[in-house]
Design a protein around this ligand. Structure first.
Ligand SMILES: Cc1cc2nc3c(=O)[nH]c(=O)nc-3n(C[C@H](O)[C@H](O)[C@H](O)COP(=O)(O)O)c2cc1C
Ligand code: SF4
Length: 502
């Protein structure tokens, strides 16, 4: 499997092609220091063996911004060294640190924009990045990643909405690229040629008037020509379409562009992969071999493998899939893909980030601060005490409500995966929950659905399937004209009372 093959980046060899893209944890205090919880979080990720772990966005400057890591002064280096040591002791992953500069933002809705920066302040952005990158190397990281995506300073310079009218913006892409290029070159000088410098930027801004692939191809070209060691593609995450909440600082992931950064369940798999595919093809056409990382709902191994096989990316970024199950890469290596606990893309983690609360996954056991580790003594898969009784019923306003009996395990049942088959189609995983009930809100009248449940334990071992519940969502949700077209297919398929199935 290509996904599990090693990959070299400027002297650093990743054991596989899975990259944990940066994910703010909100585990740091306002002091910006690495603490026990952060060390534990990254050690837990390293146990799962992704090729590269990109540690969360860490500020290069001194501005206050709630719980966010910093590397703005030498005094923060020791904490990062301890983080690196803890992760290295836990697993084989290489470690990069994402470094970020952001502008000021106030609770009353005011925010600083790039056109307000003086030449001296622009100089400081360059110096701060270079100094933080040097500290990153000193702390023992294997690489540094420059954050040029989303709502932050360098992304706002790259933006088509950059309103400066000097050498740093506005009318030409050349000018919009000037500061990002200066930062990249200053960082290169600070860390040397033999230290991998990656960079993350938006393949598309996803806002009205923002840039799309026509610009981002050229942005990638310039950054690759300047010698960046990899390009990690994200999308959106802008302030321009963020939804304002009175008294709260603007959160750049609340509008459509934010949806595109962390696509929820309503978006298709690999939502943004076309950006990486296009940009990679463009770079190759130009004779540039810079590795490209695709990300955004690429949590299923076969999906990731397809993207690599078709040459649409060199590496696969996963954030939420590795929050839900850090052991995904290790389970693949061990040939246990059926044990992976899949992210359900409900974005509870994103909501926690927005409120500056510790980022956890809704699928973890209640109260857990990190993903659970399977008990080595747990050798049995969960089982159904009464064969796995499953009930399904049609809800008054549409959708199918499911409930099922509790499974048992020698250590602990972790959750339940719901599988669904539509009409003559095969069973496919629908979602996972930690409760014993779920509503399938996407079930449509006139179609036959079959459901079954599998319980899983902390190691991801699955129980046999529960009993099947088959249900045809009845005609009462259709107009008479629609019902006529469906005709005799509309009947309840079970011995249960109308509207329900067992
Ligand atoms: C809670 C949370 C925090 C994030 N923090 C960052 C960050 O610090 N830097 C960054 O570039 N992307 C950040 N992201 C975006 C992810 O790296 C990733 O691009 C996005 O979630 C889509 O990938 P996924 O579908 O694999 O989660 C964050 C995402 C989440 C859910
Ligand atoms: S909280 Fe939801 S979206 Fe976030 S990682 Fe867990 S399952 Fe995925």
């Amino acid at each position: 499997m290509k996904l599990l093959e090693p990959f070299p980046i400027n002297g650093m060899t990743l054991a596989n092609r899975i990259v944990l893209t940066a994910m703010v944890t909100r585990l740091s205090g306002e002091d910006g220091r690495v603490n026990d919880a952060i060390r534990q979080r990254y050690a837990r990720h390293a146990m799962g063996e992704p090729g590269l772990i990109v540690v969360e966005a860490t500020a290069v400057h001194r501005a206050k911004s709630g719980p966010l890591l910093r590397l703005s002064e030498d005094r923060f280096v020791a904490g990062h060294r301890a983080l690196v040591d803890a992760a290295r002791a836990a697993g084989p992953s290489k470690l990069a640190l994402q470094i970020i500069h952001f502008l000021k933002i106030a609770r009353n809705g005011w925010r600083q924009t790039v056109d307000q920066l003086t030449p001296a302040e622009i100089r400081t952005v360059v110096d701060d990045y270079a100094a933080a990158a040097a500290r990153c190397r000193e702390a023992g990281y294997d690489a540094v990643e420059l954050h040029m995506a989303h709502a932050y300073t360098l992304s706002s310079f790259l933006s088509r909405l950059n309103r400066r009218r000097d050498a740093y913006g506005g009318r030409s892409l050349e000018a919009r690229l000037r500061l990002p290029s200066e930062v990249l070159l200053a960082v290169r000088r600070a860390v040397g040629d033999d230290f991998p410098v990656g960079l993350r930027f938006d393949g598309e801004e996803c806002i009205k008037g923002g840039y799309g692939l026509n610009d981002s191809r050229l942005i990638a070209l310039r950054l690759a020509q300047l010698g960046v060691d990899y390009l990690s593609l994200s999308a959106g995450g802008k302030f321009e379409d963020a939804i304002a909440v009175e008294g709260e600082p603007l959160y750049p992931y609340t509008g459509y562009s934010g949806d595109r950064t962390m696509p929820g369940a309503q978006y298709p798999d690999a939502t943004n992969a076309y950006l990486a595919a296009d940009i990679r093809a463009y770079l190759r056409q130009q004779g540039l071999a810079t590795p490209v990382i695709a990300a955004g709902k690429i949590g299923r191994p076969e999906l990731a493998e397809g993207i690599l096989q078709r040459g649409e990316a060199d590496l696969i970024g996963m954030a939420r899939p590795l929050l839900a199950d850090p052991d995904l890469p290790r389970k693949l290596r061990l040939g246990q893909p059926e044990r992976i606990v899949g992210c359900v893309y409900g974005n509870v983690c994103k909501a926690l980030d927005e409120r500056f609360r510790e980022v956890r996954c809704v699928l973890w056991p209640k109260g857990a601060r990190h993903a659970p580790v399977a008990d080595p003594g747990d050798r049995l898969a969960p089982a159904w005490p009464s064969g796995g009784r499953l009930r399904a019923s049609v809800r008054p306003n549409g959708g199918v409500a499911l409930s099922w009996e509790a499974a048992e395990d020698d250590v602990a049942v972790y959750g339940y995966t719901i599988e669904r088959a539509l009409n003559a189609g095969p069973f496919v995983p629908l979602t996972s929950v930690t409760t014993r009930h779920h509503v399938d809100g996407l079930a449509l009248a006139g179609n036959r659905y079959r459901y079954r449940i599998r319980a899983y334990d902390l190691g991801g071992r699955r129980s046999p399937a529960s009993t099947e519940a088959a249900i045809v969502v009845p005609a009462e949700f259709l107009t008479p004209a629609e019902a006529e077209r469906f005709g005799p297919a509309l009947r309840i398929e079970s011995d249960s009372p109308p509207g329900s199935a067992r």
